[in-house]
Design a protein around this ligand. Structure first.
Ligand code: ADP
Length: 268
C-alpha cells in the first residue's frame, strides 16, 4: 500500500467559490458565538449551503448552542464528517478533543495544525458560505486563519461599550495586517427594549456608540468603507435559545433580535 494522498484545504484552491466569513471580537462575552450561530442558521434557512467551523479554542460553545454538544463527528474512510444541525454542517475544535471535559492548552503550532485538520480532513462538500467562530482577541488562531484562509473576510462583533470597542478595533486591525478584508461591524447588546413601556423605549445597558466608533476607526485606518452592519438588541430569548440549543432565529423568528439577525444574514 502506498502512502495516503496528502489532504488539501479545499477553501485555499483558487477555483473555490465558497465565501468565508471569520467572526472576530476583541474580548469574550460580547456575543460573537451567538451571532455566528444565528447567522449560520438564518443563512441556511434562506437556502444557502452553510458550514460552521467553531475555532474558538477557549470557548467552543457552538455545539451546545445548536444542540449537538454530546455528538461526535463520524469518520468515513479518511475523512471526518461534520455534524449537521439546522441544515448547517458544524465542526468544532472541541470535537477534536478526547472528551467533553478535556481541557486544551494548545500553543500556536498545535492550533495551526488543528485548524488545518478542520479544513482539510473534514468533508465539507460544496459550500456557499463557511462561517468561522474565532477565539476572542488577536491571538494565534486569528493568525493561523489569516494564513490558511487568505480569502476570508472578517466581521467584527462589539458591544456599545467603550472598552469593548477599543479591543474590537485591535482585532480588526490584526485582520487587516493579515491582508483580510474587514467587511463590517456588528454591534450586539445594543439596547434593551423597556419591559414596561414597550420597545420604543430603549435602555442603553452598555452605553452607546461602540459599533459606530469601531466602524469609523477601521474605515479611516484602512481607507475603505467598513460599515456598521447591524445593531442587535439585548433579548433574553437569544440567551435562552442558545442555552437550549435552539437558535433564536429558529426558536422565535418574531423576536426583535431574530429580525435583525435574519436581516444581517441577507446582507452578507
Ligand atoms: P462570545 O462568543 O463573544 O464569548 P457568547 O455568544 O457566548 O459570547 O455570549 C455570551 C452570553 O451572552 C451568552 O450567554 C449569550 O446567550 C448571551 N448573549 C449574547 N448576545 C445576547 C443578546 N443580544 N441578548 C441576550 N443575551 C445575549
Amino acid at each position: 500500500r502506498g502512502a495516503a494522498p496528502a489532504k488539501v484545504n479545499p477553501f485555499a484552491k483558487p477555483e473555490s467559490l465558497t465565501r468565508i466569513y471569520a467572526i472576530a471580537s476583541g474580548k469574550g462575552g460580547v456575543g460573537k458565538s451567538s451571532v455566528t450561530v444565528n447567522l449560520a442558521v438564518a443563512m441556511a434557512s434562506q437556502g444557502l449551503k452553510v458550514g460552521l467551523l467553531d475555532a474558538d479554542v477557549y470557548g467552543h460553545s457552538v455545539p451546545a448552542m445548536v444542540g449537538i454538544a454530546d455528538l461526535r463527528p463520524t469518520r468515513v474512510e479518511e475523512m471526518i464528517m461534520p455534524v449537521p444541525a439546522y441544515d448547517v454542517k458544524v465542526m468544532s475544535i472541541g470535537m477534536l478533543k478526547p472528551g467533553r471535559q478535556h481541557v486544551v492548552a494548545w500553543r500556536g503550532p498545535m492550533l495551526d495544525r488543528a485548524l488545518g485538520q478542520m479544513l482539510s480532513d473534514v468533508y465539507w462538500g460544496d459550500l456557499d458560505i463557511l462561517l468561522l467562530d474565532l477565539p476572542p482577541g488577536t491571538g494565534d488562531m486569528a493568525i493561523s486563519v489569516g494564513q490558511q484562509l487568505t480569502n476570508a473576510e472578517v466581521v467584527v462583533v462589539t458591544t456599545p461599550q467603550e472598552a469593548a470597542a477599543e479591543v474590537a478595533e485591535r482585532a480588526g486591525t490584526i485582520a487587516s495586517m493579515l491582508h483580510q478584508k474587514v467587511v463590517g461591524v456588528v454591534e450586539n447588546m445594543s439596547w434593551l427594549p423597556c419591559p414596561h413601556c414597550g420597545p420604543s423605549h430603549r435602555i442603553d445597558v452598555f452605553g452607546t456608540g461602540g459599533g459606530t466608533r469601531v466602524a469609523a476607526t477601521l474605515s479611516e485606518r484602512f481607507g475603505y468603507d467598513v460599515p456598521l452592519l447591524a445593531e442587535i438588541p439585548l433579548d433574553p430569548r437569544l440567551r435562552t435559545g442558545g442555552d437550549a440549543g435552539v437558535p433564536v432565529v429558529i426558536d422565535d423568528p418574531g423576536a426583535a433580535a431574530s429580525d435583525v439577525l435574519a436581516g444581517l444574514a441577507k446582507q452578507l
